[in-house]
Design a binder for this molecule. Structure first.
Ligand SMILES: [Zn+2]
Length: 383
């Protein structure tokens, strides 16, 4: 029996793990406490092999033996393995055009600490230096931060090492992952923010356990991410999932790309506010007007809802997911016009499709920074 729950000299560094050890850790991260036999079954390895694996993970302080569950067929207790709550920490940063949102999580992606600073200068070296300062402050409280991530709105190269284009920051071809890995002396990954959020939902959120999953965010932009057969899809050029320019209305207004009536002209927060006849208002004002029953505002949200339903169903038609998660800070469209979203889904979904499992998840802005920390967790597990 493995009982090394106390370690003589815990090393804060991330240990070298083999493929099966990483796989076992991932199973416990995604599915919660599991008995050894179940982990072995999921990985397709022998129980003897897995005993070695769990012993190593226990010795590294990455898992603990938790509660026991009765085995139905023998009545004997079976110990469950779970993530050690204090097993290493991870650093995450979400960059917007004007703010650095930072967090520290544990291996289970629970947020332990957060920080927020306005960006002093958008020059990439200056932003890297500012992130370095936040990281140093965190290391005074956490001496075992082993990896991290940064997520931004925008395009990255297919290998996700270079931020090709991030309009809010005005960045072109910034190798931020390398710059920060050198500066912080821990591996730092970078990723598109919606893909980072999709990966987080796939391991730690509403999509945990789904092998195929779609995620749509509504807000300042329309974001799409998806997982097919347990793999986060990036695309050959890092640009998979651009349904924000799906045609909704061939007689609609023209977007910056020259499309007439595409989803981006109806569904973004700005488009909704702009689509209301009358005095110029911002998005919170548009939500307020619609909640108060203003016909023009309701019309704008219903048009946004039609676009959203079409985007959701097109994603479902394309990837056949187990579920689609809808989230973001523009969820008022769901609150105000969910019947229109449903109607557009029904109209667009191929009739022979499986019923669509749409999971609407309330959104908090700190989810982005947490998703960036999960990039660090995926990095050490080499996913
Ligand atoms: Zn467009």
């Amino acid at each position: 029996m493995d009982t090394p729950q106390t370690r003589e000299s815990p090393s804060p560094a991330w240990p070298t793990l083999n493929l099966v050890e990483r796989g076992a850790l991932r199973e416990v991260l995604i599915h919660g406490p599991l008995p050894r036999a179940e982990i072995a079954r999921r990985l397709g390895v022998s129980r003897a092999n897995l005993t070695r694996v769990t012993r190593n993970l226990l010795e590294h302080g990455l898992i603990v033996e938790g509660a026991t569950e009765q085995r139905a067929w023998t009545g004997r207790p079976s110990e469950l393995f779970e993530i050690a709550p204090t097993a290493r920490h991870f650093f995450g940063v979400k960059l917007t055009g004007d703010t650095i949102f930072a967090t520290v999580t544990d291996l289970g992606a629970h947020e332990i600490a957060t920080a927020e600073e306005p960006i002093v200068s958008r020059a990439s070296d200056d932003v890297a230096a500012q992130i370095g300062g936040i990281f140093t402050a965190f290391t005074e409280r956490f001496d075992d931060i082993v990896a991290g991530g940064v997520c931004v709105a925008g395009d990255l190269t297919q290998n996700r090492k270079v931020i090709v284009d991030s309009p809010f920051l005005g960045w072109k071809d910034v190798p931020l992952a390398r710059m920060l890995t050198e500066r912080l002396s821990i591996p730092i990954a970078t990723e598109n923010d919606v893909r980072a959020l999709t990966a987080t939902e796939h391991w730690f959120g509403a999509g945990a356990g789904c092998s195929s999953l779609g995620l749509i965010t509504v807000g300042a932009g329309i974001g799409l991410g998806f997982v097919i057969d347990d793999r986060l899809v990036t695309g050959a050029h890092g640009r998979a999932g651009r349904l924000d320019h799906l045609e909704i209305d061939a007689s609609g207004p023209v977007c910056a790309n020259g499309h007439r009536g595409c989803a981006s002209m109806y569904l973004t927060n700005e488009a909704i506010a702009r689509g209301i006849d009358g005095p110029e208002i911002d998005y919170p004002g548009a939500v307020e007007l619609a909640r108060a029953g203003h016909p023009g505002a309701i019309r704008a949200f219903r048009k946004a809802a039609e676009a959203l339903g079409k985007v959701i169903a097109t994603l479902a038609n394309s990837i056949d997911p187990e579920k689609i998660i809808l989230t973001g800070d523009g969820l008022a469209v769901w609150e105000l016009a969910s019947a229109d979203v449903r109607a557009a889904i029904d109209k667009t979904l191929i009739p022979s499709s499986a019923p669509l499992d749409l999971d609407v998840q309330p959104f908090q802005f700190d989810e982005w920074a947490r998703a960036a920390a999960v990039l660090g967790i995926r990095t050490v597990l080499r996913f």
